[in-house]
Write a protein that binds this ligand. Structure first.
Ligand code: SAM
Length: 506
């Protein structure tokens, strides 16, 4: 496997001038949408360049020239480039390379809609070099935006972005962290991350080369060097390359066997988290024969940490193999090599007694609690991103539930969560619906079947009366035994609180 063709640009004096030129040309997400039209804009996001090439072929405006250079990666005449950007500075810092009377971009520069309307730019090798070189640095993909949406954005002191790649998570972190440290085993990635931050007008991060937590040393087991937030979209792919049987791609194969890398990130993060600190990662895990995946992944949670583990998807080993062989473009190469590689993946899974792979997200919170809350669930349904606040609220409710036994649960007051609606399902005209369902319209967008008593309670929770008082009134209305209603309530009230339908009013 080759290495990437150009060295990454320097985050030097050209970056602010280049940024100015890109903004002046409306080389922004909105500007590109106007320039290309919606179908070509969407195709470009999928890595398809033909529609954008056709949309800009007779256009010599600076925005079209910048699109040809940085997104379509076409050569541009020197004179045209000079009208669109500070040519000499861009050549000097390695953003462009000269070839006779033409220049070409050394990297993909992609406008990215930042937080609070900021115009950011992601510097990477772009989608077209996927799978070509071991050290290729990818831009923002679906996993990157999922993680960015999951990450709580409240102000914090120190953030660690482990495996920063093009620097997108570090870039988001600069908006709400006092100090951002970003690590990567690939020096090319660190240079891209520096360029992303510089071109986005963001403060520089503390960039460190090395594997996993090695570059941040011993953060002092919760001491003052510890992180308030650790984020990682790690190289989670479970492949034969990890077992040393093939050529790994650094962006996806972390060099450890099976799902060991994700387990290690999670296990080791606890020692690097401040008290109350969060670690938010994406993960893939093996689903092995004869073992419940929930137990396997829950066993990764380090002591003294609460955890929320959500499986978003599951693929059998053939689907998984095809996904990643295609990701590296192997399906377009020699058929015999493809078959050999496919077989090697299946061999690897068979050796690990793995029949499927789970995809999901894991949040850890360092609490030191004696009875940590570890919630593991399967939730493949639609959610509403961003979920950062939903994640914080989940842990706050866990604290409440841990501190309230059944009696205390009934003494508390609750409000119905914002956006929860009731749906009734039954034959048209029926007096009593067959099913009553509460449905969230935000966050996890959960649904929960209710009976008359629980629906009555939910409908009356406006924070003024305790749950016990409301239940007594419902029992009287239904002419039912109050004691029986109260004693049965915690078993459905606890999940209603845990899942965020009812919010404790404290
Ligand atoms: C999937 S990419 C994530 C990039 C970026 N953070 C994002 O969210 O899009 C994983 C990154 O982890 C890096 N990496 C691979 N092995 C690593 C290791 N052992 N320690 C730290 N980083 C590693 C890769 O070079 C790559 O940049």
């Amino acid at each position: 496997m080759s290495s990437s063709p150009f060295p990454p640009p320097a985050a030097g004096p050209a970056a602010p001038r280049l940024r100015e030129a890109l903004l002046a040309a409306s080389f922004t997400p909105d500007g590109l949408l106007d320039l290309l039209g919606a179908p070509a804009f969407a195709a470009l996001a999928r890595g398809e360049t033909v529609p954008a090439r056709r949309a800009t072929r007779r256009d010599d405006t600076p925005a079209a020239v910048l699109t040809r250079l940085f997104l379509l990666r076409r050569p541009v005449p020197l004179a045209e480039a000079r009208l669109a950007l500070p040519l000499d500075a861009a050549l000097g810092d390695g953003w462009l390379a000269r070839d006779g009377d033409e220049v070409r971009a050394t990297v993909d520069v992609r406008p990215y809609a930042g937080d609070d309307g900021a115009n950011w730019f992601i510097v990477s090798d772009g989608p077209s070099h996927r799978g070509e070189a071991r050290d290729v640095v990818l831009g923002v993909g679906g996993a990157s935006t999922t993680l960015a949406g999951l990450t709580p954005r409240r102000p914090v002191g120190r953030v660690l972005d482990l495996g920063t790649g093009c620097g997108v998570q570090a870039l988001h972190a600069t908006r709400h962290a006092g100090r951002v440290t970003a690590t990567d085993v690939n020096p090319r990635a660190l240079a891209m991350a520096a360029a992303t931050l510089a071109l986005s007008g963001a403060p520089a991060a503390d960039l460190r080369e090395g594997s996993l937590f090695e570059p941040v040393g011993d953060s002092g087991d919760g001491g003052e060097d510890a992180f308030d937030l650790i984020v990682s979209n790690p190289p989670f792919v479970i492949s034969p390359a990890r077992a040393g049987n093939g050529d790994g791609l650094t962006y996806r194969d972390g060099g450890m066997a099976g799902d060991e890398l994700c387990r290690t990130v999670l296990r080791e993060s606890a020692a690097h988290l401040a008290d109350g600190g969060l670690c938010q990662i994406l993960a893939n895990w093996q689903q092995t024969d004869g073992q419940d995946w929930r137990e396997r992944v829950a066993a990764w949670v380090p002591p003294g940490c609460d955890a929320w583990i959500v499986r978003r998807e599951e693929q059998d080993v053939t689907q998984y193999t095809e996904l990643w062989l295609r990701d590296a473009g192997a399906h377009r190469g020699d058929p015999a090599a493809y078959e050999e590689a496919y077989a090697a993946w299946l061999e690897e899974f068979a050796a690990r007694r793995t029949h499927a792979v789970g995809f999901g997200w894991i949040t850890l919170r360092r609490t030191g609690a004696e009875r940590p809350s570890v919630v593991v669930e399967d939730w493949p349904h639609t959610v509403e991103q961003p979920l950062g606040e939903t994640i914080l609220a989940h842990f706050a409710r866990q604290d409440f539930l841990r501190a309230h036994d059944d009696a205390a649960l009934l003494r508390a007051r609750y409000v119905l969560a914002d956006g929860v609606v009731q749906e009734q399902i039954g034959a048209p005209g029926d007096e009593d619906p067959e099913h009553v369902v509460l449905r969230q319209r935000h966050g996890m967008m959960r649904a929960r079947a209710m009976d008359t008593i629980s629906a009555g309670l939910a409908g009356s929770c406006d924070g003024t009366l305790t749950a016990g008082t409301i239940l007594d009134a419902i029992a009287r209305l239904l002419d039912t035994d109050e004691v029986a209603v109260r004693s049965g309530a915690p078993q459905w009230l606890r999940p209603l609180v845990e899942q965020g339908f009812l919010i404790p009013e404290e």
